[in-house]
Design a protein around this ligand. Structure first.
Ligand SMILES: [Zn+2]
Length: 180
């Protein structure tokens, strides 16, 4: 219950504060390790600069991104939405996660495959454990709560890891985009 009170307090403050607008590009030095991983995995050149909107509160983030306040970041089109930076433990990795989503969107992959590929690039699930979900291909991620989404993302990463042991990126595109 306490969390609800805090969030509604934050919601009440959004009109007084306001977000910060910024930019991030793949040429940033902090992202070079992720860019290299993305280029290695896909065999494609990775470049681009994106708008970044940094919310001043979790409530404002939720309003702007139209996602739950427990997400750390979100992407709509070429714009990345971030929680207040004090709530983001690893900013470079979070930006790399969202920018990798933007990169993969051009291939029109099923979301579970896109999320799994993104987490392969960021390495964010390495050494961590979550419950494994069955049939991730059929799950709708959009209405999930915090714990379920974590398990979903982890399960996507594990599934894509298995696929990448046997198939290259181009094979995955032709297999799963054609199958949609
Ligand atoms: Zn993601």
């Amino acid at each position: 219950m306490k969390r609800v009170v805090i969030v509604s307090f934050l919601c009440a403050s959004i009109l007084l504060a306001g977000y910060t607008s910024s930019h991030i590009g793949w040429d940033s030095r902090e992202l070079s390790v992720y860019r290299s991983a993305l280029e290695r995995l896909t065999g494609r050149t990775v470049a681009g600069t994106y708008n970044v909107i940094i919310a001043s509160s979790a409530g404002e983030f939720s309003r702007l991104s139209r996602l739950g306040y427990w997400f750390v970041a979100a992407t709509h089109g070429d714009t990345i939405y971030l929680q207040p930076l004090s709530l983001i433990p690893d900013l470079a990795r979070t930006l790399a996660h969202e920018m990798s989503h933007i990169f993969f969107q051009r291939f029109d992959l099923p979301y579970w495959l896109e999320e799994g590929l993104v987490c392969t690039i960021t390495g964010e699930w390495v050494g961590r454990e979550e419950p494994l979900l069955e049939n991730i291909e059929e799950l709708d991620h959009t209405g999930m709560d915090f714990m379920t989404y974590r398990a979903y993302s982890f399960s996507c990463w594990r599934r894509v890891g298995q696929l990448l042991r046997e198939h290259g990126f181009n094979e995955l595109i032709s297999r799963f985009v054609a199958a949609q």
